[in-house]
Design a protein around this ligand. Structure first.
Ligand SMILES: Nc1ncnc2c1ncn2[C@@H]1O[C@H](COP(=O)(O)OP(=O)(O)OP(=O)(O)O)[C@@H](O)[C@H]1O
Ligand SMILES: [Mg+2]
Length: 460
């Protein structure tokens, strides 16, 4: 039996048929080993090549123990008709198989070929990093009809380069891989195929790096959503609809990028005033960075954002991760981060010895048991240092520096950090004590005031 797949759609405009292109991708893996004459097509904007068999070549494939033949061929051009497309390109693939396999081929092999072909093209596509930043005029620049503008995503961070507790790392990798294979499972339990992650921890502990690592692991695109430049809830929904599947939607520093309107806003402000001064400064700094369009207040509300994450619209497209990052998890509204919205909470914290070992291996090729390791281990336990600080110290700054000098520099830096932390703690304690003494004095004075006989008890 034969089945023919033509390159050009026979109806409407002459476009390349999707089935043909997908089959071409699928056959590329067999073609490159079996065919003698190959054809090269550019992929990934010319950065790589897809090799397929040339016309009049034949290759074989096997499915569940049954053999099939694929032939690529060309139909002689019909000189009588006037075609807008080049006439001599009536190419097709012909699939040949035994009659007894009719059911197997039409019911399951063809579906398998299309699925595999699609998977290959997804894996080989050039991944993009998108953002919703507007043009100077304040309106969206519709690039090819889209609200997002994108560049090629080329961040080198992977889970191998990420320093964190190996057990936790493996757990996250397993979680992601299970998710990406669970299309049927999500359908079965009646849940949209998406998963929310909340990454939190102090600045410089690897939140952004982890997002890049996730995208690299799953081969997803990234949509980096800048909430402050979204006008209102409607626009937020439009942006959501305009994303594709196999993607990660990221909202960084969620605590600073969203000014919630209404009552919640007031509460938030009030709470903020009570917070530690340092913390507030850090937030302000970030707000300045993130929300330069402050005057044109974004009217996105909490409920708009909740709808964005798990409303009815969020199910379209499928296979999506939604990731929030924050430095202050306690500032977020509990509704925003409840399980089901943010399914997995990952805390990234100061550098422990296990994380340090990963960094030492990556930056200096130093493996287990270097003479300096015990001391570094002790210092890491006694200080709060971020992986970003450690990484900076480990990086050789000139060709003269080697692993030893870098590790020595790190030890020095850690010792200084330790001293500073101790000093800060001592100062804090001092202040606390002074405060207590002052309070105690206040109480005594009061007591004195109500003494009936007017005796004055000496203070101190
Ligand atoms: N866990 C880590 N593993 C490896 N490198 C790290 C890690 N954490 C930080 N770094 C290094 O420090 C730099 C800053 O890290 P990153 O941007 O991921 O921090 P962040 O947690 O996103 O900080 P912020 O909260 O300020 O956005 C990275 O470029 C990376 O080189
Ligand atoms: Mg970051």
């Amino acid at each position: 039996m034969h089945i023919t797949f033509y390159e050009l759609e026979t109806e409407g405009w002459f476009e390349r048929s999707k089935a043909y292109v997908t089959i071409e991708r699928y056959l590329s893996k067999n073609s490159s080993t079996q065919a003698n004459r190959l054809k090269a097509n550019a992929a990934k904007n010319g950065q790589s090549l897809v090799l397929t068999m040339d016309d009049h070549e034949e290759i074989t494939d096997e499915y569940k123990g049954e053999k099939v033949w694929w032939i690529s061929s060309q139909k002689p051009a019909n000189r009588q008709t006037i075609s807008l497309y080049r006439e001599d390109e009536k190419r097709y693939f012909k699939l040949k198989f035994h009659k007894k396999n009719r059911d197997l081929i039409t019911n399951s092999y063809l579906k398998y070929v299309l699925d595999e072909g699609k998977a290959i093209s997804v894996k080989e596509r050039q991944r993009k990093l998108y953002t919703n930043n507007k043009g100077d005029g304040g309106g969206y620049r519709y690039r090819g009809g889209r609200m997002w503008s994108g560049v090629v995503f080329e961040h080198p961070s992977t889970f191998d380069t990420l320093a964190m507790d190996p057990k936790k790392k493996q757990e996250i990798i397993d979680d992601l891989e299970t998710f990406s294979k669970s299309k049927d499972y999500y359908a079965k339990i009646g849940k949209a195929w998406k998963r929310g992650f909340l990454l939190y921890g102090p600045p410089g502990t690897g939140k952004s790096s982890m997002i890049a690592a996730m995208a690299n692991l799953l081969k997803y695109d990234i949509y980096d959503l800048e909430l402050t430049s979204v006008k209102d809830n409607t626009e937020l929904r439009k942006l959501l609809i305009d994303t594709t599947g196999k993607s990660i939607i990221v909202i960084e520093d969620i605590d600073c990028s969203l000014e919630l309107t209404g009552q919640r806003e007031k509460n938030k402000k009030k709470k903020k005033e009570d917070k530690d001064k340092n913390e507030e400064d850090a937030v302000k700094e970030k707000m300045k960075k993130g929300g330069e369009e402050k005057e044109k207040q974004s009217e996105v509300t909490l409920s708009g954002l909740l709808n964005f994450i798990d409303g009815l619209w969020s199910a379209i497209g499928g296979e999506r991760l939604i990731i929030f990052t924050t430095n202050y998890v306690e500032k977020l509204d509990p509704a925003l981060i409840r399980r089901g919205r943010m399914d997995k909470h990952i805390v990234l914290s100061y550098c422990c010895f296990e994380s340090f070992k990963v960094l030492a291996h990556n930056y200096l090729d130093v493996v287990e048991s270097h003479v300096h390791f015990p001391e570094i281990r002790r210092l890491l336990e006694e200080t709060n240092t971020t992986p970003a600080d450690i990484a900076e110290n480990l990086m050789p700054k000139s060709s003269k520096e080697n692993a030893d000098t870098c590790l020595e520099r790190l030890i020095k830096a850690l010792e200084i950090a330790k001293e500073e932390e101790e000093k800060a703690k001592a100062d804090e304690k001092d202040r606390e004590e002074k405060k207590q003494v002052k309070n105690a004095d206040g109480v005594n004075e009061k007591d004195n005031g109500v003494k009936e006989n007017g005796d004055v008890i000496s203070k101190g």
